[in-house]
Write a protein that binds this ligand. Structure first.
Ligand code: GLP
Length: 250
């Protein structure tokens, strides 16, 4: 099972959004201007829906919340297929989080290395990430930290694996998925004061098991989360189905 430092919470699928969303809501009640790291993908949708429903019900104030993007496609800029647009539609827009409260990861190919360093500097200047939400890729990636990503990696351009590009086809509606992404690095992520890995659905069961029970290393970058200081894993029952069933295959 998971390391003692990891808080593993297994919930019925219907409770997934609220279980993870409550961690964010509790933080915002304590610190309304908290900086929260936001992933894209199908996984966080129920979490964003929970937070927006809380806001609509008057139970949560998002008017000071700050957000930082986790990853983006290289060259996506203002494309409607970009993660930036997706986050705008799914959460930032309805939550009323404007550009002044969003730290956007760079995506323009020209000068990208300097822009990544600037992003890291701004993240530090904003006080660092209070809570980073993360999805889990089928390759064991977090953000776009694909297999091979080092524990000391920072924000940078990465080549996307074939599996990841296929998994992201739904965003690109028939257009070719970009070959490169820009991602917050593993070392950068581990500096967040709290990390919350979100995992749902049966198709993530094998990779969640490797993440929590396999050897820590770059083959499954999500395993580095086990070295983080305050790490939560919110998994629904189908995703957790293989946990504790003996050593996973490497
Ligand atoms: C993409 C994103 C990740 C995301 C992952 C899982 O590759 N870059 O940030 O966590 O997909 O996506 P899903 O939640 O749709 O399974």
């Amino acid at each position: 099972m998971a390391e003692p430092s990891i808080h593993l919470r297994i919930v019925p699928p219907a409770d997934f959004g609220a279980a993870a969303g409550r961690l964010v809501a509790d933080l915002l009640r304590e610190n309304p201007a908290a900086l929260v790291g936001l992933p894209t993908g199908n996984t966080p949708i129920p979490v964003y829906e929970y937070l927006l429903a809380q806001q609509r019900a008057g139970a949560l104030d998002l008017s000071r919340m700050r957000a930082v993007m986790l990853d983006e496609y290289l060259g996506a800029d203002d494309s409607p297929m970009s993660f930036h647009h997706w986050l705008q539609r799914r959460f930032l827009g309805p939550a009323g989080i404007g550009p002044d409260r969003l730290l956007r990861i760079p995506s323009q190919p020209e000068g990208i290395e300097a822009a990544c360093a600037d992003f890291e500097a701004r993240l530090a200047a904003w006080g660092g990430c209070d809570l980073q939400l993360l999805g889990l890729g089928l390759t064991g990636h977090i953000g776009f930290n694909e297999p091979g990503s080092a524990a000391d990696s920072h924000t940078r351009v990465v080549r996307l694996s074939a599996i990841t590009r296929e998994a992201n086809e739904e965003y690109w509606q028939g257009e070719e998925v970009p070959a490169y992404g820009v991602t917050t690095g593993i070392a950068t992520l581990l500096q967040a004061r709290r990390l919350v890995l979100l995992v749902n659905g049966e198709r993530k069961a094998a990779i969640l098991r490797r993440t929590l029970e396999g050897p820590i290393g770059p083959d499954v970058p999500a395993t580095f989360l086990r070295q983080g200081r305050d790490v939560w894993v919110i998994a629904d029952q189908p995703a957790a189905a293989l946990l504790g069933a003996g050593a996973p295959h490497a």
